[in-house]
Design a protein around this ligand. Sequence first.
Ligand code: TRP
Length: 436
Amino acid sequence: MADEPGQPPALTNLSLAEQAPEVETKQATGQIVTPFDVSGGVDESGKLLPVDYNKLVQQFGASPLTPDILERFERVTGHRPHRYMRRGIVFSHRDLSKILDCHEQGKPFYLYTGRGPSSDSMHLGHTGPFEFTKWLQDVFDVPLVIMMTDDEKFMHSQKIEIEDAKRYTKANVRDIIAVGFDMKKTFIFSDFEFVGGAFYENICRLAKRITINQIRGTFGFNDSNNIGEFHFCATQSATAFATSFPHIFGNDHKKAAKIPCLIPCAIDQDPYFRQCRDYAEKMKYKKPSLIHSIFLPALQGPGSKMSASIDSSAIFMNDTPKKIKDKINKFAFSGGGASAELHRENGGNTKVDVPFQYLTFFLEDDEELERIRVSYEKGEMMTGELKKRCIEELQAYVVGFQERRGKVTDEIVAEYMRARPLEWNGNPNPVQPEKK
Ligand code: TRP
């Protein structure tokens, strides 16, 4: 979509400050990352290439998550950065330091994330970002809003009817609650149910400013996209303004206008918020800050992401332990040698090995992960052993998840989705700016 011939080049409508520098696109001309299309492209021989995240950060004009900012994160929050941050899974950001300033000084902010409900069960690639968001909520002790974009899925898909999208929303909200969000601090909403009032006013404030040209450039749409797809861009961004939620942030518009948010999201969602950031200040709101993650690779390997509509590409949160085992053994792309002998001789390639990649996402213990990496690369640990360790870890994670999900009743779902005041404490020991 984005860089097709005959389309205006993507990224031409950003403000100067966010205008990305020209980037070399020789090696991976086919790389496409928009909210609707993710592919690392193919090389001259037709081989699938992994997504080049460094290039993407550059192209999008975001900032890499450097050791400096991680160090400040730890200092300000008193928490060691999450394993995703330590391992480059959460790898870039926009204005994270502004959120750290707020936390340090005890000023209010909130977290915003979302999910486009497109199937009955979420998969591992979906729950990962929510796990990370829960961790941020625990660390910062702030309100979180979770947007279920059932309208987006309806407008973007030929197959999904409104009833389907609403059913997926209810099922996915159960999955999301099973991640463990604190109910007192979390509001989950469906666009079909919640659009209206102050939220709709913000959608319109944005919709009035965004032009068709800008959407074409940022999302790679053309004249065949329906008008709902164009308009939805304003809907997703309106959640980034605290004034959309008077039941959480109060009816004082001026006061709520000063409350910024931090959006943890996969990098493909960046185009929405890049556009939102271009208008926020013109609307007398704060620009949202972002923290981006890479995708969990599909079982078939780097260069693609898990897909809810392709069963063999993903581990679903309702897969049985046996199914998980079979999928890893049968489909997971291996970086091991072609034969046991070759493997012992040359070692395995952990960079493309899917079971190793999954352990990088899910295994908490840094030392064990490093032991596995060294041993596999040396050819001491065999592919079968690595897969076995990966299967154990994923089975334990999915079983724990299913136990929690089993306890989520209709009443609990309804309570998370009720527009109500939230309770939070923020930083218990803020520093006054002048004393810094
Ligand atoms: N568009 C996203 C999807 O299709 C859902 C979403 C809405 C979202 N708001 C978000 C994701 C904010 C991350 C952060 O899944």
